[in-house]
Design a protein around this ligand. Structure first.
Ligand SMILES: Cc1cc2nc3c(=O)[nH]c(=O)nc-3n(C[C@H](O)[C@H](O)[C@H](O)COP(=O)(O)OP(=O)(O)OC[C@H]3O[C@@H](n4cnc5c(N)ncnc54)[C@H](O)[C@@H]3O)c2cc1C
Length: 488
């Protein structure tokens, strides 16, 4: 991924004052920023609203196991990010051969795709329709209007879009794909894969799966959250403070500069810099003198919530995937994680499996307001219908509610975000980063990178343009991958 000096802005602010820094939020972005600053000898206080480290990438204790909040695959090809990750994890990780499939109308489609299998599953009639639509697109391309729908249709044809993109995307985002920004497609499905491989297979008749889709990843012993727990441990070892269960209510300003923070309990502390990973909309609400046009723009930035229903099932060999995408429109569940298949050795003697069933909703949706028992019942019912339980019984359930989980890239969001960014950028010493902190659909690696770069800016006046992380889609960084043997 690119971090720009080529972007529209080039941020440069001098540290000033005595250089005291507060970091708000102990997720991947905040934990990385705090640690990287501490490693540079900067005095840091980390404030975390919850009682756990790791944010959305935390690992929870459940029924005697450690499980993540849905599937958390760490992957980056950026040498800097991987080096940092290894400096924390050491050798306490396992390499996982990814197996993920799409469940669609009772059939499983390999992902990355094995074209022969996909074609057999689609059947000759459906496959012919896909080819015909794809050919039509090549002859008369759909006019682009910046929407996700047109972007995908233009690339793969309408039928493939309907089968492999539409239902899942509409479940996830809760808005029609005509209202979803093409940015989401450009960011997440560029170079894919499933549709492309079908098309390739149809073109050549050979099993020519795209080689970049061969997928292995490193997974930390103890779960994804272990990385961030260790970061905070090291922060403390280096003299930094990490204050858990201490939500920050607002960032305080004095004459256009950061002067400190105020916690929810009214405690005030002075700082020269605040790195904020709290939701960008809430950060803005707490600031004084925000112009109306900025408030208006922010009012249109929405987040989608996630409900994770964990089920413990009395069988150990349900299916081999680490996670599965559920595309059929007749079920609300969108993704299913099977924790047994991440590092199977960990569970050798257990006779049960923990599954995580993902649902997405807005605050006002009935689904979001459903109580735990109703959600566990829904997940059990839907899962039974898929046949994936293979007759196994659900022994118990647990629900986690993740609010403001996905920044919604609705059409036009980028213009609105730019208005908000410009205002925040005018405030000296304020550094919004992270997934909801910067309203970027970040993976861990993006948030880690933001944390690293903000530390360079504060401690070294590096002038990295933080807003460009995860928006410029090409990568110019030196590449290296994590393997069993470390970095290669
Ligand atoms: C279901 C699911 C699956 C995912 N799968 C993957 C995957 O496979 N690979 C991958 O790399 N990434 C994945 N991600 C994304 C990954 O979890 C995020 O990119 C990452 O956690 C973002 O880190 P962050 O620090 O930017 O934000 P967050 O993780 O959201 O952390 C923000 C932190 O700030 C705290 N906070 C908020 N407000 C305040 C306040 N006012 N005061 C103090 N603290 C506050 C929060 O409690 C939280 O701890 C997934 C996410 C989800 C939900």
């Amino acid at each position: 991924m690119d971090v720009g000096t080529t972007g529209r802005r080039f941020v440069r602010r001098s540290p000033g004052g005595d250089g005291r820094v507060a970091v708000v939020g102990a997720g991947p972005a905040g934990a990385t920023a705090a640690l990287e600053l501490a490693r540079r000898g900067v005095q840091v206080d980390l404030y975390e609203a919850s009682d756990a480290v790791g944010g959305l990438a935390r690992t929870i204790e459940l029924w005697g196991q450690r499980v993540d909040l849905g599937p958390h695959r760490f992957f980056s090809s950026d040498r800097r990010i991987n080096s940092l990750w290894l400096s924390i994890v050491g050798t306490d990780y396992a390499m996982v051969d990814r197996l993920t499939r799409i469940h669609y109308r009772g059939k499983l489609f390999q992902y990355p795709l094995q074209p022969g299998q996909a074609l057999r599953h689609l059947g000759p009639l459906e496959a012919a329709r896909c080819v015909a639509d794809y050919a039509r697109e090549r002859l008369r391309p759909t006019e682009q209007d910046g929407s996700f729908e047109r972007w995908v249709v233009g690339r793969f044809g309408r039928r493939l879009y309907e089968i492999f993109f539409r239902t899942y995307s509409e479940k996830l985002w809760g808005i029609p794909c005509t209202e979803l920004d093409a940015d989401f497609a450009a960011q997440r499905i560029k170079g894919l894969s499933l549709a492309g491989a079908i098309v390739n297979a149809l073109k050549s008749g050979r099993n020519n799966t795209h080689k970049t889709l061969v997928d292995r990843f490193a997974y930390p012993h103890g779960g994804t959250g272990r990385v961030y727990e260790r970061m905070v441990d090291e922060l403390r070892d280096r003299g930094g403070r990490a204050r858990m269960a201490t939500p920050v209510r607002r960032v305080l300003l004095d004459d256009g500069r950061v002067s400190g923070i105020e916690t929810e309990t009214g405690e005030v502390a002075s700082y020269d810099h605040v790195v904020s990973t709290m939701p960008i909309t809430l950060l803005l609400k707490g600031l004084p003198d925000v112009p109306a046009e900025v408030t208006d723009a922010a009012a249109h930035l929405r987040f989608r919530n996630t409900l994770i229903v964990f089920l413990e099932v009395d069988r150990s060999d349900l299916f081999p995937d680490q996670w599965m995408y559920l595309h059929s429109a007749d079920m609300q569940m969108g993704r299913l994680t099977n924790f047994r298949n991440w590092v199977p050795d960990l569970y050798r003697d257990r006779r049960t499996t923990i599954l995580a069933c993902e649902y997405w909703a807005y605050d006002e949706d009935d689904l979001w307001r459903s109580d735990d028992a109703a959600l566990i019942e829904l997940a059990t019912r839907e899962l039974t219908r898929t046949g994936l339980l293979r007759g196994a019984a659900v022994e118990r359930g647990h629900v986690e509610r993740l609010r403001r989980c996905y920044p919604v890239y609705s059409r036009g969001y980028r213009d609105r975000l730019t208005v908000v960014e410009s205002h925040l950028e005018s405030i000296h010493g304020l550094w919004p980063i992270g997934r909801y902190g910067a309203f970027k659909y970040n993976n861990q690696d993006h948030s880690i990178l933001m944390g690293m770069l903000v530390a360079e800016n504060i401690a070294g006046d590096a002038g990295n343009d933080l807003w460009s992380v995860n928006t410029d889609y090409e990568t110019y960084q030196e590449k290296a991958l994590i393997t069993e043997a470390g970095l290669s």
